[in-house]
Design a protein around this ligand. Structure first.
Ligand code: NDP
Ligand code: GUA
Length: 483
């Protein structure tokens, strides 16, 4: 890896303000999904190291929570600025371990920094309240206080932004945070910890514990010092974590799987819809929880949309994300590749047609050709499960009511998208969609200002935005008598 600042590449974890190996010296290997080559190792830590991080966080919290938000913001802002300044190197680290094209990786670093910058400011606006009292001699006051020590478990598809979207509001609200990054992408997380340290974040407020998910997660969910667990990942793992947190009744935020509908109505601007579908479906090689998973296209424009989408997909360039011009990196691992293959095989066996792609890419490894399936019907696995790969299944529909029924026919409810130029339809469909977020005439909706999160089995709580900091605050009511 060509880094200008080699110090950003750390093969030790950052626990309680110290860079360290696992107690027992165990380590895990991290590989580059584009080449299969070993990048390095990280400590395989477990409950003992996690407990150390949690206890240090509990100790560090006192002074941090007492510090004026304005002073916390200075440190956080410095951290965000350092991320932006080091976007080239963090981008290279991220592409090497995650596979996404370098331009996307650098874009994610800026996106990640934006959450720190935003919440540094939002922290200054955490205000309490004085309520109208029903009694002459008492005053009713509301305080907003930091929830306490937070723990975060994050996925490999956004190795930087899913950490800062949690660490930003936690730290701004006055809480320390212990992070377990995904085992496949620890180096981005550790590089950000290097920058947090350089920015002057006091020891113990941020730990990055690498290693055994079950053991680290087990300690995070059972340790009573942890008052809040925040998770992004699969619905299956999220449910297990929710059950595990019940024992100590922790506050929780869950950002789980999606099955995003993407609807193109007859009255859509087709060029815009194709552009949006490419952005939404093929971003990060289809590996985002808000990626369009099911594309519903109305009868009148189905054939034209399919043809234009296929022409745009043919222009995508698959390869190593570090190579110039590449827009589609590899899938994260063999299991992900096999899941995509199974979804395509199942659809074809049930009558779908491959319009383009539909097989492993000639590069080998975990590369898969950007794919479009036509003639897709509701009984296929691509309709029910999150494919998490570069496959666009196109379903034909007749009426607006059909589109809404099809879109909502899932237990998930994260993002949904639709294209229409009829203002009445825009309101009707937006209100009818059972999702936490709706992109209207756009395939991209993520930023630090909009509230990100889902309904149904896609999760609990909102990240980013002016609402996101509430997830890290408790409301305390004071009833003051003797006036
Ligand atoms: N909502 C989203 O953004 C994401 C959705 N997914 C979906 O999930 C599928 C599987 O991906 P996968 O990476 O396995 O997702 P997981 O939900 O298993 O992984 C996400 C994070 O949870 C950790 N984890 C896994 N099991 C446990 C556990 N028992 N206790 C504590 N932490 C745990 C992982 O650790 P470790 O890396 O060490 O295993 C990782 O840090 C994908 O194909 C996709 O459909 C995946 C990632 C993100
Ligand atoms: O896929 C995810 O894990 C959510 C991040 C995507 C985004 O912020 O747009």
């Amino acid at each position: 890896m060509q880094l200008k600042d080699r110090d950003l590449f750390r093969q030790q974890a950052y626990v309680a303000g110290t860079w360290m190996d696992a107690e027992d010296g165990a380590s895990d290997t991290v590989t580059n999904p584009a080449t299969g080559e070993k990048i390095g190792t990280v400590p395989r830590m477990g409950a003992v190291e996690t407990r150390r991080a949690i206890e240090a966080a509990g100790f560090a919290m006192k002074a941090w929570a007492a510090m004026p938000a304005k002073e916390r913001a200075v440190i956080l802002r410095r951290w965000a600025d350092m991320m932006v300044a080091q976007a080239d190197d963090i981008g290279v680290l991220m592409t090497s371990e995650q596979g996404k094209p370098l331009a996307e990786a650098k874009g994610e670093v800026a996106y990640a920094a934006s959450f720190i910058e935003w919440f540094a400011e939002q922290g200054k606006r955490v205000d309490g309240d004085v309520l109208q009292s029903p009694w002459r001699d008492r005053r009713l006051v509301v305080l907003k206080q930091p929830v306490g020590v937070c723990a975060a478990i994050t996925p490999w598809n956004f190795p930087a932004a899913m950490i800062t979207r949690k660490a930003g509001p936690a730290l701004a609200a006055g809480c320390p945070i212990v992070v377990k990054p995904a085992s496949k992408t620890p180096y981005t997380a550790l590089a950000m910890a290097v920058l947090a340290e350089r920015a002057g974040l006091p020891k113990g407020l941020l730990s990055v514990v690498t290693g055994n998910a079950g053991k680290i997660g087990g300690e995070m969910t059972s340790n009573p010092i942890v008052r809040k667990l925040t998770f992004t990942g699969s619905t299956e793992t999220g449910k297990k974590l929710m059950a595990a947190c019940a024992g100590t009744v922790k506050k929780m935020s869950m950002e789980l799987g999606g099955n995003a509908p993407f609807i193109v109505f007859d009255d859509a601007d087709l060029d815009a819809a194709v552009e949006g579908a490419i952005a939404s479906k093929y971003r990060n090689t289809g590996q985002t929880c808000v990626c369009a998973n099911r594309l519903f296209v109305q009868d009148g424009v189905y054939d034209a949309f399919a043809a234009r989408l296929a022409a745009a997909v043919a222009r995508l360039k698959v390869g190593n994300g570090l190579d110039e011009g590449v827009t589609q990196g590899p899938l994260i691992d063999m299991a992900a590749l096999e899941k995509v293959e199974q979804h395509v095989a199942d659809a074809v066996a049930l009558g779908a047609k491959v319009a383009i792609g539909g097989r492993r890419h000639a590069n080998g490894g975990t590369f898969y050709e950007p794919t479009i399936l036509t003639g897709v019907t509701e009984n296929m696995a691509v309709m029910r499960e999150e494919t998490f790969g570069p496959v666009a299944p196109l379903v034909r529909f007749a009426t607006e009511a059909d589109a809404i029924r099809l879109a909502n026919n899932t237990e998930f409810g994260l993002a949904g998208y639709f294209y229409s130029r009829d203002i009445g339809r825009v309101w009707r469909v937006a209100e009818a969609m059972e999702t936490g977020m709706v992109g209207i005439n756009t395939g991209i909706l993520s930023n630090e200002i909009g509230p990100f999160g889902g309904v149904k089995e896609s999760g609990l709580g909102r990240e980013g935005s002016k609402y996101g900091i509430d997830e890290y605050l408790e409301t305390k009511y004071l009833c003051i008598a003797g006036m």
